[in-house]
Design a protein around this ligand. Sequence first.
Ligand SMILES: C[C@@](CO)(OP(=O)(O)O)[C@H](O)COP(=O)(O)OP(=O)(O)OC[C@H]1O[C@@H](n2ccc(N)nc2=O)[C@H](O)[C@@H]1O
Ligand SMILES: Nc1ncnc2c1ncn2[C@@H]1O[C@H](COP(=O)(O)OP(=O)(O)O)[C@@H](O)[C@H]1O
Length: 314
Amino acid sequence: MTGQTAPAQPGAQISVEVPAKINPHLGVGDARADGFHALSTVYQAISLHDTVTAERRSEDGGEPGIEITISGEGAGTLPTDEANLAHKAAKLIALYAGIEPDVKLHLNKRIPVAGGLAGGSADAAGTLIACARLWEVEIGDAELHRLAAGLGSDVPFCLKGGTAIGRGRGEELTPVKAKGTWHWVVATTDTQISTPDCYKEVDRLREDGIGRYSSDVDPIVKAFERGATADDMARLLINDMEAAAVSLRPQLASLMHGGLEEGALAAHVSGSGPTVLFLATDVKHAVALARRIRMRGGAKSVHLAHGPVDGPAA
Ligand SMILES: C[C@@](CO)(OP(=O)(O)O)[C@H](O)COP(=O)(O)OP(=O)(O)OC[C@H]1O[C@@H](n2ccc(N)nc2=O)[C@H](O)[C@@H]1O
Ligand SMILES: Nc1ncnc2c1ncn2[C@@H]1O[C@H](COP(=O)(O)OP(=O)(O)O)[C@@H](O)[C@H]1O
């Protein structure tokens, strides 16, 4: 990567932390001819990270190739073969560099799987960066972005972090200078939602006249730029996928109402769900709110997070 490729010493281990994303604004337009939906979204990286560690596989006598091990969230259930997005990312950057892939990747996952927090995309972004450093691949930002977009719509943002407007299918990014920090309680559930299923449910509900395209990101972008209070931000959160996520997993409605009853400023489904984000006034409020949401039950796990945070290539 331009200006970032440090030579990897023999035996070197490269470690990259990549944050989860949320979509404080997620406007979903119609399905395009390629099957993707046109988006007007605002992404924000939050302080829940996966860590991708890479070292050469051949160094301890192994054959070159791509090997993946996983600890933490999803370990034992996630694929470690070509189906893992990190595997695809390693293969893609090796192809770009014209080299045979030679890497042992370890994913330490803290981002809940299939929760609308882009954990797989974060691992893919982290793998692109870690392998580029390990293999000393000279690659500019534009090329890295192109490879990332080929892996998934959310992967380019996962490279960047911070706050950004996403258009196209989410891969066309415009950075936003957010002034401030916002505090969230992140409540996961013991269910998962497949992203394509949620988009299909958005389409189905629209055929029944439910839901519309929230294409205007200006109000929330301006709020981030001026450092709006959490109270103001609470009124600006929008997710066009929320009704679809709740339709697919009706139990989300009681989790959301419960958090509001406990004093959250807003309850917001994260992307395609089923994770629910509760906005807090400040860190003290977030700690108290998390405790109350935990005690109430209904969530699988409850985490504290703040955003925006930098991404791995910031
Ligand atoms: C909804 C969002 C919001 O940020 O994230 P999640 O909440 O799932 O994490 C994203 O659009 C998820 O992006 P990502 O998970 O990268 O999706 P991709 O791998 O590119 O696409 C998977 C599938 O989702 C659908 N898809 C994705 C993006 C998009 N703009 N329109 C779509 O219709 C398509 O069916 C596609 O085949
Ligand atoms: N490294 C990975 N981490 C998480 N999920 C992965 C990974 N590689 C592939 N996947 C697949 O991607 C799907 C979506 O997972 P994830 O990216 O965590 O959620 P979301 O798309 O809701 O943000 C999972 O069901 C999983 O099978």
